[in-house]
Ligand binder design. Structure first.
Ligand code: SAM
Ligand code: SF4
Ligand code: SF4
Length: 353
């Protein structure tokens, strides 16, 4: 029973509080902090063939299949997002290359006129012909996760048998297919792989890719994150400068990374300082999980499911209103520096990175 003596089953707990009328400008999506939301991060599966120590545990419980959105539902959500002025899409997971309809999704989404379509993958098995096909279907860029350049460490961090060489071959295949710039992400954890900062910079030059070092965030299923595990972007940059001369790039206002090029040679390095230098002020992202749960902020457990609307013949206008109402609740920032900070309940593999 609700405190007002109303049976709970008739209450709609899925619906966010409505945004005030002045919150919306025709065709655009704003939050209560004046940020326009343009970047949809869509998780198309919570399944994964890796069990990275900073993300998933071996005994992970997956979302029941019935609750996952269908291909048509993903496409509808993307179309509605576009009608609200969103122009960037990142397809993620879980491991999105395990999604059985990835090609069909790219084929349909590639025709919708988005400014940028990107995909994030663990690079466990990407063949040159796939990369070429994805490029033809409209995919613009791919980001690959690779946390170490040492084979034995790779096995221990990802708890998988996929070899380091396989991932490097995937990176080269993606670059050769023109899915550029290929960005390679490494989550840096003190005492695990922080001794590889210079190797990462060498790797960026050698393979002519953007190598980005991410600060470890409290989103691991094992709940082992502690502040002392975080290696700040600044510390990593100082280490790299002992070998390389680098120049700061002029980054886009909404960029999550601080990027540097080398004075000599190709490739770039970047730092995603989510913990030490939060970039929430310019955040233009929203996330949709594989089961249709809309999560306006990565670090806030406030979220709502669009699935009941999709499965009960709601109009596009109703879906647009749902987006507006939900995004109006988007947190100003993650608040990790506050004493009352609470780590999110869900993990990165579930929310979508
Ligand atoms: N499976 C794909 C992959 O690994 O690239 C896509 C999904 S994964 C959840 C997306 C990104 O989240 C990856 O770059 C991964 O390194 C990052 N990630 C996962 N857990 C993290 C954590 N606790 N802190 C920082 N980044 C994390
Ligand atoms: Fe899988 Fe990506 Fe999470 Fe690693 S980071 S466990 S590859 S979802
Ligand atoms: Fe955006 Fe929230 Fe991430 Fe900050 S913590 S960058 S507001 S999603």
């Amino acid at each position: 029973m609700h405190p007002l003596n109303i049976p709970l089953h008739i209450l709609n707990t899925d619906k966010p509080a409505p945004a005030p009328a002045h919150a919306t400008q025709e065709g655009k999506l704003f939050d209560a902090h004046g940020r326009q939301i343009r970047d949809l991060r869509l998780s198309i599966t919570d399944r994964c063939n890796f069990r990275c120590v900073y993300c998933m545990e071996p005994d992970v419980k997956y979302i029941p299949k019935m609750q996952l959105l269908t291909l048509d539902e993903y496409v509808r959500v993307i179309k509605v997002a576009i009608s609200l002025g969103m122009n960037k899409l990142r397809i993620t997971g879980g491991e999105p290359t395990l999604y059985p309809h990835l090609d069909e999704l790219l084929e349909q989404v590639g025709k919708l006129g988005l400014k940028d379509i990107a995909l994030t993958t663990n690079g466990s098995n990407i063949k040159k012909q796939w990369a070429t096909r994805w490029k033809k279907l409209g995919l613009n860029r791919v980001t690959v996760s690779l946390d170490t350049l040492r084979p034995e460490r790779k096995d221990a961090i990802t708890r998988s048998k996929t070899s380091l060489n396989t991932v490097i071959e995937s990176i080269d295949a993606l670059r050769d297919a023109g899915l550029t710039p290929v960005k390679v992400n490494a989550v840096v954890i003190r005492g695990v792989n922080d001794d590889e900062a210079i190797d990462f910079a060498d790797f960026a030059q050698e393979h002519e890719i953007d190598m980005r070092m991410i600060e470890f965030m409290p989103l691991d299923a094992g709940k082992r994150w502690e502040k002392r595990h975080v290696v700040s972007a600044n510390e990593l940059l100082e280490r790299i400068k002992t070998k390389h001369d680098v120049i700061r790039e002029v980054d886009a206002k909404t960029s999550t990374s601080m990027n540097y090029r080398f004075t000599k040679g190709g490739g770039r390095i970047g730092f995603i300082a989510s913990v030490s230098e939060a970039f929430c002020g310019a955040c233009d992202r929203m996330r949709m999980m594989a089961d249709g749960t809309l999560r306006p902020c990565l670090f806030s457990d406030e979220e709502w499911s669009i699935r009941p609307l999709l499965r009960n013949s709601a109009s596009d206008d109703a879906l647009r209103q749902f987006f507006r109402d939900a995004l109006w609740q988007k947190s100003a920032g993650h608040g990790m520096d506050r004493d009352d900070f609470k780590r999110p309940e869900k993990t990165m593999s579930r929310i979508g990175g």
